[in-house]
Design a protein around this ligand. Structure first.
Ligand code: PLP
Length: 395
């Protein structure tokens, strides 16, 4: 793979006419080590945020041994890429064939569920296995998160008691899991969810061996600057220590975004300017799905040999496809003289960015190149070497 120090080095050397993905393995490794060392329990990576095999290897090498997979394709991918990894199938609605293959061919022992029907499915598909870790997913609020996960999955309070009692019978280790929604902006999200866990345990009066606080750990984006991750861990461990669980109960979490957001950025080219709209070669059907569909803002930086002296102004982006929907409202703050032919680096696209690409209209993933400089922002210590422009904050 090509290696470049920075987006500027790459743009200067290659003048690429398709978007280039810049990966920063050192940033993902730093995030993984942070979770492996500081989360007071087990951190498993939620593969859907970015299934890049090179990333999986970096996380493994940096101490992440467990992987939250949600589809048979993810099971097979991680089993092939990291044969010694432990896989946990944490999608509450699975095909029976997928459960069977995961259990019998890939040694998966941990499954989540949120209904009696799914419990029966797991018992049937594993032929009544007695070595299962079954995690009951309970519904919690997504009020503190930027992307809700509160409607689709999770047993409601009036269903939890019966489900926990039945699942206890079928499991070797019984767990309770939840997901507070993605990009949780305050640790209180976890504190409140843990109250739901307590209520569920008390109502069912069962022994619980695993408490899995799910994903939702934030990254940094313009207008979405979260408090330090340590404050999340403190709230979680305090609540966990207060729960009526077995003495040897384990604490798990399933970060996706927080482990990989800093891993990738994308270098794009401006093909046309119309007022405050920039037509770029990456968009809603590419790595900018969230920018288009949920109004997510990503940090941007003009990549030019000679820095612009113009002051910043707000731009919106159009992507390369022929579709009006291929529009990212932003606002994206860039020097006022940006024009066709300029390159822009769009940062923090490692989570739910590069993973979302389609080939619609003939546009898709271009080159991937390793960059050795720092990501545009980091939650894991202060990057020393990146020159920080005015529109990007380093924490
Ligand atoms: C998506 C997902 C995650 C990861 O969520 P992030 O917000 O990216 O941390 C974890 N667990 C489950 C079950 C998920 O569906």
């Amino acid at each position: 793979m090509h290696k470049h120090h920075s987006a500027l080095g790459l743009a200067t050397a290659l003048r690429p006419d398709a978007p280039v993905t810049l990966i920063r393995p050192h940033a993902a490794a730093r995030a993984a080590r942070f979770f492996a060392e500081k989360f007071p329990g087990r951190s498993m990576y939620a593969v859907k945020a970015n299934p890049d095999p090179a990333l999986l290897q970096v996380l493994w090498d940096s101490g992440i041994t467990h992987y939250d997979v949600a589809s048979l394709a993810e099971v097979r991918l991680v089993a092939t890429t990291l044969p010694e990894a432990t896989l946990c199938f944490m999608h509450p609605v699975k095909a029976e064939e997928a459960i069977a293959e995961a259990y019998f061919q890939h040694n998966v022992r941990t499954f989540s569920l949120d209904t009696m029907e799914e419990l029966e499915k797991i018992v049937r598909a594993t032929k009544g296995a007695t070595d299962l870790n079954l995690c009951v997913r309970i519904r919690v609020s997504s009020d503190h998160s930027k992307l809700s996960l509160a409607s689709k999955f999770g047993a409601a309070p009036d269903e939890v008691k019966e489900l926990l009692i039945a699942t206890r019978q079928a499991s070797d280790a019984l767990g309770i899991c939840f997901h507070v929604g993605s990009q949780a902006m305050t640790p209180a999200a976890y504190g409140e969810a843990m109250e739901r866990v307590r209520a569920a345990i008390v109502s069912a009066a069962v022994t619980v061996d695993i408490v899995d606080v799910g994903g939702g750990f934030p990254s940094w984006y313009p207008g979405m600057e979260p408090p330090p991750l340590e404050t999340y861990f403190e709230v979680i461990v305090r609540a966990f220590e207060d729960l009526p669980v077995s003495y040897s109960a384990e604490l798990w979490c399933e970060p996706g975004r927080a482990l990989c957001a800093e891993y990738a950025s994308v270098l794009v080219r401006v093909e046309k300017r119309r007022g405050d709209q920039l037509y770029i070669n990456e968009g809603a059907y590419g790595a900018l799905f969230d920018a288009a569909h949920v109004g997510w803002r990503f940090p941007v930086e003009l990549v030019r040999d000679k820095a612009s002296n113009a002051r910043d102004m707000a731009f919106s982006f159009y992507g390369p496809t022929c579709d009006d929907l291929d529009h990212m409202a932003g606002p994206f703050m860039l020097p006022a003289d940006v024009d066709a032919g300029d390159y822009i680096e769009i940062g923090m696209l490692g989570a739910y960015g590069t993973a979302m690409r389609t080939r619609f209209n003939g546009f898709g993933a271009g080159l991937t190149v390793e960059a050795t400089d720092e990501p545009m922002a980091t939650l894991y210590g202060v990057p020393a070497e990146r020159a920080v422009p005015s529109n990007v904050v380093t924490l």
